[in-house]
Design a binder for this molecule. Structure first.
Ligand code: SF4
Ligand code: SF4
Length: 185
């Protein structure tokens, strides 16, 4: 009988403690400032390296399209969502057509990295929600339009290549060491 009474008290104590713990968590969160914002009325500031929607750029000096239709982005794209057709011209080449299936994009940024003319970039926005999948098949005009609509992210092909190149000083030292070793052999 005594054992039964002890068990009951122990169980009641455990239950009361669990309720107090749970209520303290609820109370803490009840008094905390909300972490959500009223999107799209309120927009968060995106970090500089945000990988958002893709876009094509113009040269701000000449207002010409930066894309030369080289198709490097098409070759490197893992899910193969880019299709480019080159238009050969006298002084430089252009993209005759450029299609990007954004609905299947992995946002890996490889296309940005390989682009020799910084023609394809990512924007600080993902604001392209739609219930019609066809709207996410972006053609050249739409990609250029998106490039003017949103703020560009930090990365361009040139910046990424510079960032990922091995440091020159180390390479020089390595080369020097190698030449020295060869000379003593
Ligand atoms: S971000 Fe990656 S997946 Fe998307 S288009 Fe570029 S290379 Fe392809
Ligand atoms: S976006 Fe860049 S990599 Fe792609 S076709 Fe144009 S120039 Fe070449």
């Amino acid at each position: 009988m005594r054992n039964g009474e002890n068990g009951l008290w122990l169980e009641s104590w455990r239950t009361a403690r669990a309720v107090v713990n749970a209520m303290s968590v609820t109370l803490k969160n009840f008094l905390r400032k909300p972490v959500t914002v009223q999107y799209p009325d309120v927009k968060r500031e995106y970090p500089d390296r945000f990988r958002g929607i893709l876009a094509l750029t113009y040269d701000p000096k000449t207002a010409e399209e930066n894309c030369i239709g080289c198709r490097l982005c098409e070759y490197v794209c893992p899910p193969q969502v880019i299709k480019v057709e080159m238009l050969k011209a006298e002084k430089r080449n252009y993209a005759k057509s450029f299609f990007l299936e954004l609905y299947a994009c992995e946002f890996c940024e490889l296309c940005v990295q390989v682009c020799p003319t910084d023609a394809i970039i990512m924007m600080k926005s993902f604001d392209l929600a739609t219930s019609d999948r066809r709207e996410l098949l972006l053609d050249k005009d739409r990609l250029h339009q998106l490039g003017l609509m949103f703020e560009p992210s930090w990365a361009t092909g040139e910046k990424l290549r510079i960032m990922q190149a091995p440091p020159k000083v180390e390479r020089k030292a390595e080369l020097g060491k190698k030449t020295g070793e060869e000379g003593t052999e």
